[in-house]
Structure formats: C-alpha cells, structure tokens
Write a protein that binds this ligand. Structure first.
Ligand code: SF4
Length: 273
C-alpha cells in the first residue's frame, strides 16, 4: 500500500451523474480495491494503474473547498464518485469529515456512498445535518467468500449492514446500492434477498444495478478468475425478479437506469424553473 500526499487546485467538480450537481473526491484511487470497480477506468496515472495499492491524498482540499463554496451555487454533492470517501486513509487525514463540515455549513447537501463502517465516525455531524445528507451503503452479497473475492479490502458486508442500522436508527436517510450484479457470481436469490431484508429494516431505498463492462474492471475480474457475462434478457428478468421481491417486502426499489432518468427529469425541471 502506497500513500502519496498531493496538492489540488480544485475541490468540487461538476458532476457527470444526473443525481448530483457536484462531485467531491478527497482521494485518488481506493484501497478497497474492488475487482469490479469502474472508478479505475476514470482515474489517470499511478492510482489507476495500480488500483487498490496506491492512493493519492489531496491534503489541501479543505482550504481549496472553503474558498470555492463562497463562489458556487449550493447544490447536491456526490461524496464520492470515483473513490470511497471512508477508505482506510480517512482515519488519518479526515478529509471527508472536514469537507462535509465546510459543505454542510455552507448550504450544500451531501449524498454519501461508501462500503465502510468508518462513516459512523461522523455520525454526530450527519445527525445534526440529517435534513441535508443521505448515506448509501453498497452491498453486493452477504456470502463472505464471494464478497472477499469481489471486494478484497472492503469491510465485510455484515459490518456495512450494521452501519445502515445505526444510521437509520438515528433518523439519517439511508439507501442501499445493490450492485454491480454479475451474472453467475452474485445474482442468486440467496445473494440479494438478505440485502433487501436489511433495506426493509432500515427503510432504505434500493438502487439495483448490473455490472457494466469497462476495460480496467474487466481485467481485474479476469485476473480473479471471473469472466463477466451480460445479456439484456438476463438482466430484464433478474431486475424484474429483484423488484418483485422488493414489492413483497414493501421496499422501494429502482434500477440505476430508472434512477438516472428520474434524476435527469428533476434536474431539467429545476433548470427550467
Ligand atoms: S469502494 Fe468503490 S471506489 Fe473503492 S474500489 Fe470499491 S467500488 Fe471502487
């Protein structure tokens, strides 16, 4: 594991994802090293080339962000879009924490997505600002062996479920990202049903998504002996199966495509008004 401190000139980037106005990535690279990770394909240089082994830390992010927020229109910030904001180095640098303090005090909203229980370290802040934050935990399966194969250095799925329970207990809005689902790897009912049950218990909406081919992610999966296969009819029936189970449990559930369509509609309407 290699950690490199760098200086950045920018804190917030305009988000390419329709559900966010801005993206905030305190780190480049991610030590969780998930084999299906798309972020690798969007990360240039050493952290992208040695995915999971190198992380660059934007040590001056709080100063840059504090200046930026004075000039920007408040909006929803995706925390984070090409890294995990609560990966292990956050314990030392606390850049996500300090960035959230600045954003939330300046009228911005934060939509956090992580695989780490370390998010609970910021529960005080999230609780105080619960009208401006939501927290998504990604869980792809509860099968320990499969999770270890796909997400070798991320906290175990059961710990993530615990984080969801703790946050929802405090009234923080939570959601579950159930994906990526890889055909023949984590697409069984025994993979997704326990995740939907946690969503039911925490009143979390579920966003479900399939694996999308990317060169970097494909190669990491192949190196782990997984040849990702996709066909549209498989996904149509799998998504319908998962949504039917959600309906049975009373869990709100959308595919990522539905989520993006809805977010685009809301954004267009807001821009129009
Ligand atoms: S936690 Fe997210 S950003 Fe980090 S390696 Fe896994 S999928 Fe990629």
């Amino acid at each position: 594991m290699k950690v490199v401190e760098i200086r950045t000139t920018r804190g917030l980037a305009k988000s390419g994802l329709p559900e966010y106005d801005y993206a905030l990535n305190p780190y480049l690279g991610c030590l969780h090293g998930c084999r299906y990770c798309y972020a690798r394909d969007f990360t240039r240089g050493e952290p992208g080339d040695a995915w999971g082994e190198v992380v660059y830390v934007k040590v001056n992010l709080p100063e840059v962000l504090a200046r930026e927020v004075k000039a920007l229109k408040p909006g929803v910030v995706g925390v984070s879009t090409i890294t995990d904001p609560y990966q292990p180095v956050e314990a030392k640098y606390r850049l996500t924490r300090r960035a959230l303090e600045i954003l939330l005090a300046s009228g911005f909203k934060a939509s956090i997505q992580t695989k780490s229980t370390y998010v609970l370290k910021d529960v005080d802040l999230l609780f105080v600002h619960k009208d401006k934050v939501d927290v998504g935990l990604t869980i792809t399966t509860f099968k320990a062996e499969t999770a270890k194969l796909l997400e070798p250095n991320a906290p175990p799925p059961r710990a993530r479920a615990y984080a969801l329970l703790a946050l929802s207990e405090l009234g923080v809005k939570t959601w579950v990202f159930l994906g990526p689902i890889i055909r023949g790897v984590n697409d069984g009912v025994e993979d997704y049903a326990p995740i939907l049950e946690i969503a039911r218990r925490t009143k979390s909406e579920v966003i479900v998504d399939r694996y999308r081919h990317r060169p970097g992610a494909d190669s990491m999966l192949l190196a782990a002996g997984i040849k990702p296969r996709y066909d549209a009819s498989w996904w149509r029936s799998k998504a319908a199966e998962i949504k039917a189970k959600c309906a049975e449990l009373g869990v709100a559930c959308r595919t990522a495509e539905e989520e993006w369509r809805e977010a685009r509609r809301s954004r267009d309407l807001r821009d129009f008004l």
